[in-house]
Design a protein around this ligand. Structure first.
Ligand code: FEO
Length: 398
């Protein structure tokens, strides 16, 4: 959707859909695009909640002009989050509305200077502070590290709309509607989880803290800065974020492998056979040389069992797998069941790194750990079979 849409009394979506950027943060693929949601509250005083990535400024401004009452400017720009996908148009907007006051907390104001050289026309709001626009009163709550230290949410006390920044957001441009109840949620939920696991999941303990803080609010609508607006059933997205940030998982196994010449692949195939022998079929397979880590992270966040195997490369772990492990270590995902396997030619190294990963993550590691030199023997293949079987048993008993 790329027109102005009313989300509540006096409140309008003035965001933009980005279907051109290939990689979010220059890291994460965007095959279905992403939305930068921003909102206009047109009261006696006018307020914008967030901006859009700077290349979409023109579309944003057109929408603002479309809904701004004749002769009115913008009184306040509330910045819930300073990452440039939301703050990128601030200086362009200030050129159009030089009298506009930028509202944020102490940390926002610091970032405003560092990112955009802005030191004037700012207003600091702290936890629980309010801002009256006329019939609408905005109240601010700090939710640090969801996703940056300055992140906050803005609650409209009269309409019950909670403007949440990255919290409750997802990847995917808004197609056909901006409202969750009009969209195919099971389909878009995968892109929301991919966003959560890639961007916000590292800060899950802070998401939990934020959820507790917001419990007391009477929330009619959740209006995040990416993805759909949750108007009919806001608890649906709150529950998802709650589950994901508690590291809850579904019964399933993600099998991630790398193989240069097929020897590690032979082990992987025996592991598969061991899983299927337990009459279990929820297996998600990723060849680390071909799957983008963004999608692997999504599956790892979703499922309980993780089996990882790769060969040794230059006395260390196969580099694409090492990159994935570093991402997982950085995300600090908890409570998973792990199986590991690997191979080497003339020097070990892969399994040593995988054992180190298991220690770093404190996941439950299932035996046997399988390590082979060159082509796996029948006994070694059988060990792979047992690994698949044992991981399946472990996730069923978890
Ligand atoms: Fe959507 Fe952390 O910015």
């Amino acid at each position: 959707m790329d027109t102005v849409i009313q989300i509540a009394k006096d409140s309008f979506w003035v965001g933009a859909n980005d279907r051109e950027t290939d990689l979010f943060e220059a890291v994460w693929p965007l095959p279905q695009g992403v939305s930068y949601n921003a909102y206009l509250i047109a009261d006696k005083k006018t307020a914008l909640i967030d901006t859009v990535k700077n290349c979409y400024f023109e579309r944003y401004l057109e929408k603002i002009h479309d809904r701004l009452p004749q002769g009115k400017g913008i009184d306040y720009l509330v910045i819930n989050h300073m990452e440039p996908d939301h703050s990128g148009s601030i200086n362009l907007l200030r050129q159009v509305y030089p009298e506009m006051t930028v509202v944020g907390n102490k940390k926002t104001i610091h970032f405003l200077e560092k990112f955009y050289g802005i030191t004037e026309n700012t207003l600091i709001k702290d936890e629980g502070d309010e801002l009256s626009l006329g019939s609408h009163t905005l109240s601010f709550s700090l939710i640090p590290m969801v996703h940056w230290p300055e992140t906050m949410v803005t609650y409209d006390k009269s309409s019950g709309v909670l403007y949440t920044g990255d919290a409750f957001g997802g990847f995917g441009a808004l197609e056909g509607s901006i409202f969750a109840e009009e969209l195919d949620i099971p389909y878009i939920q995968t892109e929301i989880l991919r966003y959560f696991s890639n961007i916000v999941g590292k800060y899950s303990p802070m998401v939990q803290r934020a959820l507790k803080k917001l419990q007391g609010l009477n929330i009619a609508t959740i209006a995040p800065s990416h993805g759909p607006v949750w108007r009919k059933n806001p608890t649906q997205i709150i529950d998802l974020y709650d589950r994901w940030s508690r590291y809850e998982a579904e019964e399933g196994i993600v099998l991630i492998y790398g193989s240069m010449y097929g020897n590690t692949l032979k082990l992987k195939e025996e592991i598969d056979r061991g899983i299927v022998a337990r009459k279990f079929s929820t297996i998600r397979t990723h060849d680390i040389s071909r799957s983008h880590p963004s999608y692997i992270l999504t599956d790892v966040w979703r499922y309980k069992g993780i089996i990882i195997g790769a060969p040794t490369y230059n006395t260390g772990l196969f580099p694409p797998m090492d990159y994935l492990l570093r991402l997982l270590e950085n995300k600090k995902l908890k409570n998973r069941v792990l199986g590991i396997f690997g191979s080497y030619a003339w020097s070990g190294g892969a399994v040593k790194r995988l054992r180190g990963f298991a220690d770093n993550m404190s996941w439950h590691t299932v035996e046997p750990v399988v390590e082979v030199q060159g082509n796996p023997s029948p006994d070694e293949l059988h060990k792979g079979y047992k690994l698949g079987r044992n991981v399946t048993d472990a996730i069923k008993n978890a």
